[in-house]
Ligand binder design. Structure first.
Ligand code: 3SL
Length: 241
């Protein structure tokens, strides 16, 4: 197995396709997606465009759908919810499809949607994603951070490192044997440095600070936990997990 980490969707090479691609947006899109599916959501359908989301979700009855829209960290007017995983309780999401558009996370998923296997990972479901990858043994795995509007996000690369670190530990292979690019080694080292203080890292990250200004302290606490959800969000058709 060869692993490749890309800090942002923009860094993903256009001319090759991995066997398995994993999108990461710890704050907060992939944390929300994992939470919805763990809480019994029917599926999550992602959109980069808000109008298109409205158009497609209009065909679903209001009892069977939830519309989540985030821009600049806040809820989009007229939507049922923003992008807080803490809003995704079983009472709210069970049996319903979440139609979601966020600033960066949904773009990352769309960038990799043509890979044969596409997954969404966050710290909260890291162990479940790692277990799935180890069972399937794909030859090439990409882990793609969502970043923030084209630039690097600390928490996404730390999560990429958490996945790489665990795969490396469990395969017992030397890191240079599974690392397909230098970013894997960088992300793994970053995770090793911060693994016992992930909440502190979220507080130092620029997007963490942005969310703190929006009073999202509890979101940071929730999203900085590791391995609490046994769920693997896998793409069933382009844009639907
Ligand atoms: O950028 C994104 O996709 C979002 O996850 C950002 S936020 O955490 O909802 O602000």
């Amino acid at each position: 197995m060869k692993l490749y980490v890309y800090h942002t969707p923009e860094l993903v090479p256009g001319d090759c396709n991995p066997d398995c691609a994993i999108a990461v947006d710890v704050l907060r899109a992939t944390s929300t997606i994992a939470t919805v599916l763990a809480a019994g959501g029917e599926a999550v359908q992602v959109f980069s465009d808000l109008e298109q989301l409205m158009h497609v979700s209009d065909k679903w009855s209001p009892e069977k759908r939830l519309r989540a829209g985030e821009r600049g960290g806040g809820k989009v007017a007229g939507f049922d919810m923003g992008n807080s995983p803490l809003d995704c309780t079983p009472e709210k999401v069970e049996g319903r499809r979440l139609f979601i558009s966020t600033t960066n996370g949904t773009r990352a998923l769309q960038k990799i949607e043509n890979a044969p296997t596409v997954m969404a990972a966050a710290l909260i479901n890291r162990a479940a994603v790692v277990k799935y990858v180890l069972e399937k043994q794909p030859e090439t795995v990409w882990i793609v951070g969502s970043g923030w509007e084209g630039s690097f996000s600390l928490e996404d690369t730390v999560c990429a490192g958490a996945i790489a670190h665990s795969l490396w530990e469990k395969t017992s292979l030397p890191i240079e044997e599974i690392a397909g690019n230098d970013e894997v080694i960088c992300a793994t080292a970053l995770f090793a440095q911060w693994q016992d203080k992930l909440l502190e890292l979220m507080h130092q990250a620029s997007h963490g600070k942005r969310l703190l200004r929006l009073d999202c302290h509890e979101d940071l606490k929730y999203c900085s936990q590791t391995d609490i959800l046994n769920v693997v969000p896998i793409q069933k058709e382009p844009g639907v997990l």
